[in-house]
Design a binder for this molecule. Sequence first.
Ligand SMILES: NC(=O)c1ccc[n+]([C@@H]2O[C@H](COP(=O)([O-])OP(=O)(O)OC[C@H]3O[C@@H](n4cnc5c(N)ncnc54)[C@H](O)[C@@H]3O)[C@@H](O)[C@H]2O)c1
Length: 505
Amino acid sequence: MAESTRPVRTLGLLGTGVIGGGWAARALHFGIDVIAADVKPEMEDWIRGAVANAEGALSRLTSAPLPPKGKLFFTTDLNAMASQADFIQENIPEQLELKQRVLAQASRHAPADVVIASSTSGLMPSDLQRDMRFPERLLVAHPFNPVYLLPLVELVGGARTALAALDAATAFYTYIGMHPLRVRREVPGHLTDRLQEALWREILHLVNDGVATTGELDDSIVYGPGLRWAAMGTNLIYHLAGGEPGMRHMLRQFGPCLKWPWTKLEAPELTEELIDRMVEGTEAQAAGRSIRALERLRDEYLVAIQQVLRQFDIGAGTTLRRLEERLYADSAAALASGGGSESLRRAGSGLPLTLETQVRAEWADAGGEMLDYRYLQVFGEAAEALFRAAGASAQGDHGAVAALRAVESHVTRQARAQALETISVTTQVLAVNESRVHLFHRLARRGDDRLIATAEQLYEHAVAAPGASPALADGLRARLDELCRAHARLSVPPQAGRRVVLAPS
Ligand SMILES: NC(=O)c1ccc[n+]([C@@H]2O[C@H](COP(=O)([O-])OP(=O)(O)OC[C@H]3O[C@@H](n4cnc5c(N)ncnc54)[C@H](O)[C@@H]3O)[C@@H](O)[C@H]2O)c1
């Protein structure tokens, strides 16, 4: 394959079921247009519903500035999709002959530099590319459900896959916030499904032998290893379990058990009785909750876990940080080029829109109203977006603009923000000097001019090291000055410069 430099503006989807819907939601959220193709016309409603369902949790993943959302088109004409897309992701049922036939058909309509990736859970890329035109652009890109929240995607090349296709795919998936894991050699089931299947086989044995219920087996993971696995895998965790000598000691101590072994390797016979036990067990665990309700619960905690891991710069939290870095950098570049950036858009007042976010459920009290201290968090994020857009770089342990710190804040509240409503913040630069920035934020409901809250803040440039200059970097100072001059045309808000006083009763 020729070096693929084709920018991906439109993602083509072949098959729009559970996985196709997940790809659509993720790509649209990060500004990529999607042409979704499925043989069944009724899948149009389905995929639009799936995208809408995903949007709630997805919109709470990050408050970094996002590009305008992509547009979703649906067609039953697979050839038309293939001729218009910049990158194709296949998500049709897991049957080798069907996938071979459909991939070959798509390859006859897609230009040679369009990468074609398969979401297959276990088929080998060498088999999938067999009948394709330009087979060197085919690779496996195996995602995990829900695709719109889990960053992992396993990339596997076949015998004829070009390195350029793998590189182009790595760049694209990174752009939409994922963690591409390059698998060195094709094997059935890739990496993750092989590991998951080993666990699944043992679960089936333990249920079949009457040793445990599905709920007890899930508890054995959820209360223990599952918590560790969110950021450290089995190998690093076992390295820690070996004490100071680490993995070497661990293998000496527990290595002999591997010869017994504890596990059964071969899957048990899937008898009707075993199927019934699995179904009854999981229905008891669901305790009357619908699949939709459980999905919502899963999505909310997946967002929350990634935000916690972000603070530790580990695992999926590192992926989220890198994504945010890129979003802030894109937004700053667009602002610098004066191109009317949609990433720091202007509100009707002419002020930059520094934050637009949903009030997360966990930010609210029992009555559904946003908690006091969350206002300060929201205004802090708005200030950070403004500084980043003006060219400040992220530093420090939490990936924030550590060099600029709020030394004074005065929040006023006129109304109350409610859980799950969308709020927006505009920020006015009132004054700038060599080391300080005076800001004024207004928080309102999206599309509504009435104020909910305001904040007046003084930010100071922290001295990096003893003796270092406290002055703002020249470029940052110049851009903040520019904003300050532009904002001077607007009126000074009445809340600015006010003291906290107890009005006489
Ligand atoms: N479900 C998961 O958890 C999961 C996870 C990772 C990967 N995958 C893989 O993703 C792929 C899709 O799985 P799914 O769970 O989304 O399946 P699904 O059954 O939900 O969706 C498949 C879709 O493909 C459509 N389709 C069938 N034949 C077609 C054709 N010739 N052209 C276009 N569309 C066609 C169907 O109408 C359906 O909408 C499989 O290869 C699967 O192994 C699934």
